[in-house]
Design a protein around this ligand. Structure first.
Ligand code: 9WN
Length: 431
């Protein structure tokens, strides 16, 4: 079919996007809109690079890890000082970040921890087993520090689930899941200036109300020196995000695989993993929706909005094959005939077809679900979704996200994770 015929042309296009977005050592997600290095974007970029230039994938990961903090925390942005004022908020909003490498400038929040899984996959793409093991051995300590840091610093009341403290940490910034907090009208004490709406139409971006909360939380978090326990009482936003937690679980499992290959003991014990899985089901499963939901830690209740984050458990390996299949079928049944996984279900009242995380389709999310379905043996569903995803990009171009009804490309152009993950879907086909 058309996708197969065009595979080599698509890979050529994707390669030239990745090369153009290469900022000497890291891949900017889309240089005008997001000129710095982002955490989960770089993990996805590395997976794409590994097919094209394995050493470049290694470099991507090294630059990302150079932003690591003393306690192992891996921030969501590593700033490139050469960029100047092209992105808001800049590093001046995140003073005194406790970085390992003096001179690094970072944000003070994190992002979904795809990185350990990316390192596992990139390693598996290195046919020289000695080279793979040497590389993994070099990364084991920073990865261990990173994955355990979340358990140490972001858990509450004895639950192992990880609390996300800013919508940007979820990676799905203006998801309607977070409207309970944005609706409260928070604003920062200082004026801020948006750069995003100079590049992308405001109708496709978060609103001023969303940014009010974002910047309020930046001030709150930085004002308490990034110590969750210090601001937990006063923050309006601490959630167990179903996607973030599923990604953490998969990362822990993949990190244990790396440790095993090196003859080391598991980084996260079987006991912790099983407690985490129990808590994930206990707190986040919603029986009537037949989907996982997020949990508001402050209000001690689930957030009643169904989004694609609820399918994250498939990627995480937190459900068995039968449950994954019924969750996936249930999601599609609510998509009104569209097979491309809108980020918010169209039957939710806050659904907006072209506004960022409130409806559009995102390639990295589809990729997570494809790989999860595949790992659970749901090969035909995985292959169909992979095919739909690649066809969408073939039809519409290398955009940041896509209209779930028309397939029109939206947001940033020539987007790195779209390019990298299409390369991976084509070069590592499902069947
Ligand atoms: C804030 C870079 C990032 C992605 C996020 C996406 C968007 C940033 C923004 O862009 O967020 O981190 O300024 O909108 O929501 O998932 O990592 O591509």
């Amino acid at each position: 079919m058309s996708v197969r015929i065009n595979a080599s042309e698509l890979i050529t296009q994707a390669t030239s996007i990745l090369r153009r977005n290469d900022q000497t050592g890291y891949t900017a997600p889309s240089p005008r809109l997001y000129p710095h290095q982002w955490n989960w974007d770089s993990a996805f970029a590395a997976i794409g690079w590994a097919h094209l230039d394995w050493n470049r994938a290694v470099r991507e990961i090294d630059t990302l890890l150079s932003a690591q903090w003393i306690d192992g925390f891996l921030p969501h942005i590593r700033y490139n000082p050469a960029v100047g004022e092209g992105y808001h908020p800049g590093p001046e909003w995140w003073p005194n970040v406790p970085v390992r490498n003096p001179g690094e400038q970072t944000s003070g929040i994190s992002q979904p921890p795809v990185l350990p899984t990316a390192i596992y996959l990139v390693g598996m793409m290195q046919p020289d087993v000695d080279a793979r093991r040497t590389w993994w051995a070099r990364l084991l300590t920073p990865l261990r520090d990173m994955i355990l840091c979340y358990l140490r610093t972001r858990t509450v009341n004895g639950s192992p689930l990880i609390a996300v403290v800013h919508p940007w940490e979820s990676g799905a910034d203006n998801s309607p899941r977070w409207d309970f907090a944005t609706g409260r009208g928070f604003k920062p004490s200082r004026a801020y200036r948006r750069t995003d709406t100079q590049v992308v139409a405001a109708t496709q971006r978060p609103t001023e109300r969303d940014y009010g909360l974002y910047m309020y939380l930046v001030e709150l978090i930085a004002g308490h020196r990034y110590d969750f326990r210090q601001y937990l009482e006063m923050t309006p936003f601490a959630v167990y995000d179903a996607l973030f937690n599923a990604i953490w679980f998969r990362a822990a499992v993949d990190l244990n695989r790396i440790a095993l290959a090196l003859g080391e003991s598991p980084v996260v014990s079987a006991e912790i993993l099983s407690g985490f899985k129990d808590a994930f089901h206990r707190f986040l499963w919603n029986q009537s929706a037949q989907l996982f939901r997020d949990f508001d830690v402050k209000a001690a209740g689930q957030i009643p909005v169904d989004t694609v984050a609820g399918l994250g458990a498939i990627y995480g390996g937190l459900v068995d094959q039968a449950k994954a299949e019924s969750m996936f079928a249930g999601y599609l049944a609510r998509c009104r005939g569209f097979k491309l996984l809108p980020s918010t279900l169209p039957d939710e009242p806050q659904f907006e077809a072209d506004r960022y995380w409130r409806g559009p389709v995102w390639v990295p999310i589809n990729w997570l679900v494809v790989r999860g379905l595949q790992d659970l043996g749901l090969t035909s569903h995985a292959a169909a979704l992979a095919d739909e995803t690649v066809s969408l990009v073939l039809r519409s171009g290398w955009f940041e996200y896509f209209h779930p009804h028309t397939g029109e490309g939206l947001g940033g152009r020539d987007f790195s994770w779209t390019a990298a993950l299409v390369v991976d879907l084509l070069r590592r086909p499902v069947s």
